[in-house]
Design a protein around this ligand. Sequence first.
Ligand code: FE2
Ligand code: FE2
Length: 187
Amino acid sequence: MSDITSLILDDHERFRRAFAELDDLDGPEELARAWEPLADLLDLHAAAEEAVFYPELIQRGADAEDETLDAVGDHNDIRDAVAETRRHPAGSAAWHAAVRQARTANSEHMAEEEDDALADFRKHADPGLREELGRKFLAFKAEHEGGKGIDTGDVDPERYVEEQERKAGKNPADDGSLGIGGLKGAR
Ligand SMILES: [Fe+2]
Ligand SMILES: [Fe+2]
C-alpha cells in the first residue's frame, strides 16, 4: 500500500516523534545529530509534496487553490526556520529559537494540511491515483535522500498555483477560479 495521503501522514508522525525526541537531548553534538536528519526531512517532505501531491490536488480538490496557497506559504515558513537553524551552532539560544519556530510552523501546517488538503484529496481522487502518486512520492524522496538536489529557497505561492494550473491546462478565466490577479490578497 502506498496511498500518498497515508505516506504523508507517516512523515507527519515521524516529525512529531523526532521533535519530541529533541526535548530529551542536551549536548550540542547530540542535538545536531538528531536535528540534521529532521531538518533535511522537513525540506524534502515539502519539496516532495510540491512536486507530486499539490499539482494533482489543484486539478481535483474542491477548495484546491486556497489549500495550495496556504500550504506553499506554510512550507516557506518552515523552510525559513530550518534555514535559520543552520546559521547558528546547535544548542545555542538562537538555534533553539529557530527549532521552536520550525516546530510551531510545522505543527500548525500539518493540522491544516491533514484537515483540508488531504481530506479534500481523498474525496476527489480515486484509489488508483492515490497509489500511483504514493509511488512517485517515494521515488522523489529516494532520489533526493538527505535533501540532495532540493531547492530549499522560498516558492512564490501564487506563481506556483498559476504554473500548476497552466500545466493542467486550466484556464482561470474559463472555470471560475480566481486567476492570479484575483489571488493577490486572497489569503
Ligand atoms: Fe505534509
Ligand atoms: Fe505540507
